[in-house]
Design a protein around this ligand. Sequence first.
Ligand code: AMP
Ligand code: MG
Length: 364
Amino acid sequence: MDTKWIHLDLEEFKKSPLSEKVQAILSEAAELLKNGELVAFPTETVYGLGANALQDSACQKIYQVKGRPSDNPLIVHVATLQQAQQVVREWPEQAAICAREFWPGPLTMVLPKNDLVPSVVSGGLETVAVRMPSHPAALALLRAADLPVAAPSANISGKPSPTEGKHVWQDLNGKIPLLIDTGKCAIGLESTVLDLTSETPCILRPGGITLEQLQAVLGKVVIDSTAQNGAKEVAVPQAPGMKYRHYAPRGTIIILNADEDKKTQIINGLRQKRSGQKVALICFAETAELLDRKILDQIDFLFELGSLKQPRRAAGKLFESLRLCDEKAINLILVEGMPESGIGLAFMNRLKKAAGANGNCITL
Ligand code: AMP
Ligand code: MG
């Protein structure tokens, strides 16, 4: 299959009325979705691989194309509250509060599903995950298709999530008919997944909306233990997706502890390098400044996440940096950790999963 890769300026989607060119692409994409085909599109978190959420066979294709295990459920994307309420059996007060505060935005709510949603979408569960994205292109596409759209991240299962159109192209070229590309995703980490089916709201996956933000409007919110221990495999995960390999580059990852001396840890990390291996260091600008020539000479690829003072920006670059390590055939990847509060919880969750996934994470 030929993949049509369309580049559009994000600003084009903010105009009213939309240009004829943009409308034509949206109609084409909407037609594909209505006909049970897949469309990759940008969201503010990462790129999504969309299918008509109400059509069993269309959603099956998502699993085939991604190589995704069938019990790992999909997030249903909606453009309106009515659309969200169409796919759930209950709309509790907490959902109304979260929608008012955080939608459109990077919060996914898990609620009891209704019969319109095929079980392939929910991975066989009686619940469904729903999100209203804020990205203008995603919203325009959802409106044009006039359908709830199931869309996991548009990567091959197990690889770092795509934060740029070219990442989707690298993974899915030839496997899908259309990729809409508007450049880099603003957040660069997946949405927060919040389970609202139990008495106390529970974060199944930390993400763009933080624990602190949720607590401010909901009161008590707990974090599922597996969401904090990314590397651990659990026998009975709360969300099926939690147990799988995720976000993994090919190289071995060493996580540098945020609270210990950075330079010492980097020197210790470099000792793990075997002859002929290539090493990358992914770190904050403040840490990069501490490095002397002797250390720099041993590093084949230095990726700066930007300043520690802008943790959201840094977190949004993690997947990009891990993908670049694969492109550069890096064997050993030293990544600077951050404190596990605010967006740091999501950053560390992805990093621990990436490190643990290939089973050869080194702890200093
Ligand atoms: P992705 O779209 O690739 O970021 O993955 C979606 C994630 O959302 C899955 O890995 C699950 O952890 C979570 N999820 C989706 N549906 C449900 C559900 N019904 N219950 C719990 N978690 C869910
Ligand atoms: Mg994913």
